[in-house]
Each structure stands twice: as structure tokens, then as C-alpha cells.
Write a protein that binds this ligand. Structure first.
Ligand SMILES: Cc1cc2nc3c(=O)[nH]c(=O)nc-3n(C[C@H](O)[C@H](O)[C@H](O)COP(=O)(O)OP(=O)(O)OC[C@H]3O[C@@H](n4cnc5c(N)ncnc54)[C@H](O)[C@@H]3O)c2cc1C
Length: 298
């Protein structure tokens, strides 16, 4: 089919998703489009509906493991939605605004409260979908509302209480998120900058940030030691499958040593899961999202 002119310039067929993920792994998307506005997202969804295509979104691809064969349908590359608008202590961001961009822009306005986004890649769309964060808190706690478009084309606003934020997830998987409004507390710029720098330094010292990865691959199992500790205790640090390796620095990371495939990562994860189950009786649950053709849309 012929794409509408507004989408044609930013569209690519057989777009290699290894370029859109921090793991640097993944086959092609049948069609990828890089919308710059909510209207372009709506237009792309309209085309997908008409053609019967599955739709998926990628922000920075920092929590994604894409199949070596790639995926059918349409992938929306969301980084183009970059608007940032302030209103008092609220900031409305396009879904493609990155963690770093929102941190810098809000800090310059004397706003804080986003320690939860420090020291790792991501966009705000991906952050709210995953309820990103950790020890310093979770982004869901700062959200006022999320604007998105349902596959049917209906534009919806969801208050934070209707977003279903939970550990490493939300109830936003039925939406293409286009905007996020955050409500932030004031912060002393210097003190806040120091706190953020210290969080960043701690991550640099304890995580393999110099190698491609998708961050932690396992969720922390409730009522048990952290997943990284369980993996380490099962003797998996440094374990390899092809080009994929359990990081020797942080056992919850799998790193791409240069030529890792999705199949390598999946086979390594199976081995780790089985060793951890044997050693501690805990069946680890995957945190990283695996895209393959049986995957649910968005
Ligand atoms: C080195 C490293 C460290 C990390 N540390 C942390 C950490 O401390 N805490 C943490 O929580 N995470 C961490 N992560 C994981 C990841 O960075 C976060 O989950 C991040 O918020 C994902 O954002 P993204 O834009 O990359 O999302 P993506 O990986 O692109 O997508 C993740 C999911 O969100 C969906 N999605 C993305 N954008 C949209 C949108 N606009 N609308 C609807 N759905 C969308 C995707 O379809 C996918 O299902 C780390 C990753 C790396 C590589």
C-alpha cells in the first residue's frame, strides 16, 4: 500500500531493530515509522487498522529483546515526540523525551523528584509503560496523567490512579503513549545535582554500562534475595552462550559481547533460570520484554 505523504518521509521497510535497541540485537521490522507528532501517530494507527497490521512501539529500546527474525507489522519509533512544556510545577513531555532530557530540563527550572530516572537510558513513554525506577522510587509516583491513542484510534487521558502502576509494569500496554504529565516537587539545584551525580556514579561502578545490554533481565522475586544475588549464588557470572554473557560485574545483566543473537540470549536465560531453580528453588521471571511474532500488540 502507499503510505500517506506525512508518514512516507520517515518510513523504512525492513528496518533493522538492532539499531533501535540498546542490546544491539534484533532482526528487521516489516515497516518502521518515526512519527513526530500525536497526529502522525494517529495517522499511522489508522493505516495499520486499515491494513490489519500489528503495531508495536519502541522508545529507546532499552528494555527490549527482539527476535532474530524480526517482527511483522508496524513499529513506531517514538523518539521523535520531543516536546517539553512547563506549567508551574507540572511538565508535559512527549513520549520520546529521554530520561536525560527531562532531568536536565526540570532541574533547570528548580524542579526535582526524578532521581528514579537517573543513570540509565529510556524515554518517558517507555518509562511510564514499565514504571521505571528502583531504590530512589518509581516514575509512576510523579505522573499526573498519561495521554495515549488506543489501536481503535480513540485518544484517551488516564489519571495516574488509572495507569495501574506496579513493580516493572503498568496497565498501559493497550495504548500508544504520546504524552506524559509529571507533577514535581521543588529542589535545590545544587543539592539535587549532587544527589543525581552520586546515583549515577554508583550505577557506573556496579553495572556494565560500557557494553550493550537491556539492563536487568530478571525481576526481583518477592520475598527472596535480589535476582542478581540468586544468579551469582548459582555460579552464573561469566556464563556464556554464543556472544551473550552473564555480566561479571552485575549478575542480573546479560551483555552483548559483540555478535550476540536473540537466540544466544534466550538460551543463556534458560540455563540461568534452571541453575537458579536448582540452587535456590526460585523460578525467575523475565523483566526484559521479548518481541517475537506471537507477541501482543504494543
Ligand atoms: C544499562 C541499563 C540500565 C537500566 N536500569 C534500569 C533501572 O535502574 N530501572 C528501570 O526501571 N529500568 C532500567 N533499565 C531498563 C530500561 O531502561 C527502562 O525500562 C526504560 O524506562 C525503558 O524505556 P525505553 O524508552 O527504552 O522503552 P523500550 O525499551 O523502547 O520499550 C519498553 C516497553 O515499553 C513500550 N513502549 C515504549 N514506548 C512506548 C510508548 N510511547 N507507548 C506505549 N508503549 C511504549 C514498548 O513497546 C515495550 O513494551 C535499564 C536498562 C539499561 C540498558
Amino acid at each position: 500500500m502507499t503510505l500517506p505523504a506525512a508518514l512516507r518521509t520517515s518510513a523504512a521497510s525492513r528496518y533493522p531493530l538492532s539499531r533501535a535497541t540498546t542490546f544491539r540485537i534484533g532482526g528487521p521490522a516489516a515497516l518502521a515509522v518515526r512519527p513526530r507528532t500525536s497526529d502522525e501517530v494517529a495517522l499511522a494507527l489508522h493505516v495499520a487498522r486499515t491494513e490489519g497490521w500489528t503495531v508495536r512501539c519502541v522508545g529507546m529500546g532499552s528494555n527490549l529483546l527482539v527476535d532474530d527474525h524480526g517482527v511483522d507489522g508496524l513499529v513506531l519509533l517514538m523518539r521523535g515526540l520531543r516536546r517539553i512544556e512547563f506549567e508551574g510545577a507540572s511538565v508535559t513531555c512527549g513520549a520520546g523525551v529521554t530520561n536525560n532530557q527531562v532531568l536536565q530540563a526540570t532541574r533547570a527550572r528548580g524542579l526535582g523528584g526524578l532521581e528514579c530516572l537517573v543513570g540509565y537510558p529510556g524515554t518517558l513513554g517507555g518509562a511510564v509503560r514499565m514504571n521505571a525506577g528502583g531504590a530512589p522510587g518509581y516514575v509512576g509516583a510523579r505522573v499526573q496523567w498519561v495521554k495515549g491513542i488506543e489501536p481503535s484510534g480513540r485518544v484517551v487521558y488516564r489519571d495516574a490512579r488509572d495507569c495501574g502502576f506496579r513493580y516493572r509494569g503498568s496497565a498501559l500496554s493497550d495504548l500508544v503513549v504520546t504524552e506524559v504529565r509529571l507533577l514535581l516537587p521543588p529542589a535545590d539545584p545544587e543539592e539535587y545535582a549532587l544527589r543525581c551525580a552520586s546515583l549515577r556514579d554508583r550505577k557506573k561502578a556496579t553495572q556494565p554500562l560500557h557494553l550493550p545490554s537491556a539492563g536487568c533481565v530478571w525481576k526481583n522475586p518477592p520475598g527472596h534475595p535480589a535476582a542478581g544475588r540468586l544468579v551469582e549464588e548459582a555460579g552464573c557470572k561469566g556464563l556464556r552462550a554464543g556472544g551473550a554473557e552473564v555480566s561479571t560485574l552485575h549478575a542480573n545483566f546479560i551483555v552483548n559481547r559483540g555478535d550476540a543473537t536473540c537466540a544466544d540470549v534466550l538460551s543463556l536465560m534458560e540455563e540461568v533460570r534452571s541453575r537458579v531453580a536448582d540452587r535456590s528453588g526460585v523460578l525467575l521471571e523475565r523483566e526484559v520484554i521479548h518481541w517475537h511474532d506471537a507477541a501482543v500488540a504494543v
